[in-house]
Design a protein around this ligand. Structure first.
Ligand code: C5P
Length: 245
C-alpha cells in the first residue's frame, strides 16, 4: 500500500493513530474532495471514495488521492455475477486502489472472483473487503449471527477483511481474527450522529477489535476539518501511551 507520504510523525516515529484512520470523502466534486484530502493527509492514512464521489469523478478521484499519498479505499460495494465482479475488481486494481468493497451477500464465488480479480490487476498490496450487513438493515443482535457467517464466508473466499458496525465487533472478535475489520459509524461524544445509528467512539471501536476506523462527516462537515481531525487524534493518543506525545 502507498506509504510515500506522511506516514510518520515529525520525530520519525510511526504514526499508529494515522495508520488506523480512513477519511470518507462523501462529496460529489473532485475539487472539494481533493481540497479536503490535501489538508488532512497528515491525519489519515486511507481515503475512502464512495459511490457519490466515484460516480462524479471515477478513476480520476482514485488517482488524485493516491498522488496525495493516500491508500485509496474504493467503496463500490460490488454485487453482481462473479465474472462481472472479477473484471471490475481487476480494473480497480489497475487503478491502484488498496481496498475495494463487495457485498458478502453476493456469496463466496462472487467474493472469490473479486479478490482474485483485484489481485490480478493490482501492482501492489490490495485487499477485498466484504461488507457484512448494512447499518440501514441492521437489527442489532439479530444480525450478529449473520455478521459472523459472512465473516467466515469472506475469509474462505480470500477476502482481506470485512466492513462491520462497531456494536458487532465484540461478539465476533474470535471469528476469523485474521480479517481486517473496517468500521464506520465513529463518533466522539460531542459529534452529531447524522444518520448513523450504530456508533462507537474511536477508542471503543479499537478496543473492540477494529483495525481501520472510517470517519466522514464528523471531520469533513466540521467548520474546521483539521481541528476536528486533531481532536480525533487527541482522543486516541490519550488512550495509547505509545502514541502519546
Ligand atoms: O457518518 P460518516 O460520515 O462518518 O460515515 C462514514 C461512512 O460510514 C460512510 O461513507 C458510509 O460508508 C458509512 N455509513 C454507514 N451507515 C450509515 C451512514 C454511513 O455505515 N447510516
Amino acid at each position: 500500500m502507498n506509504h510515500e507520504n506522511a506516514d510518520s510523525r515529525p520525530d520519525g516515529r510511526p504514526d499508529r493513530v494515522r495508520d488506523c484512520l480512513a477519511l470518507a470523502l462523501d462529496v460529489d466534486d473532485l475539487v472539494a474532495a481533493t481540497r479536503l484530502a490535501r489538508s488532512l493527509v497528515g491525519h489519515f492514512r486511507v481515503a475512502k471514495v464512495g459511490l457519490e464521489l466515484y460516480t462524479a469523478a471515477g478513476p480520476e478521484a482514485v488517482g488524485a488521492l493516491a498522488d496525495l499519498g493516500y491508500d485509496v479505499f474504493c467503496d463500490l460495494k460490488l454485487h453482481d455475477i462473479p465474472t462481472t465482479v472479477a473484471r471490475a475488481a481487476r480494473v480497480a486494481g489497475e487503478l491502484g486502489v488498496s481496498y475495494l468493497t463487495a457485498h458478502a451477500a453476493g456469496g463466496a464465488e462472487m467474493l472469490r472472483a473479486g479478490a482474485e480479480g483485484l489481485a490480478a490487476g493490482a501492482s501492489g498490496p490490495a485487499g477485498l473487503l466484504a461488507v457484512t450487513v448494512l447499518t440501514s438493515e441492521a437489527q442489532a443482535a439479530a444480525t450478529r449471527d449473520r455478521v459472523a457467517q459472512r465473516m467466515e464466508l469472506a475469509a474462505e473466499a480470500g477476502a482481506a477483511g470485512v466492513v462491520c458496525a462497531a456494536p458487532d465487533l465484540t461478539a465476533t472478535r474470535h471469528v476469523r481474527p485474521e480479517l481486517l475489520r473496517a468500521v464506520p459509524g465513529i463518533r466522539l461524544p460531542d459529534d452529531s450522529l447524522d444518520d448513523q445509528r450504530r456508533v462507537a467512539s474511536p477508542v471503543q471501536a479499537l478496543a473492540a477489535g477494529a483495525d481501520l476506523l472510517v470517519v466522514g462527516r464528523p471531520v469533513t462537515r466540521a467548520e474546521d476539518p483539521v481541528e476536528a481531525a486533531e481532536r480525533l487524534h487527541d482522543s486516541l493518543r490519550q488512550q495509547d501511551p505509545e502514541t502519546a506525545t
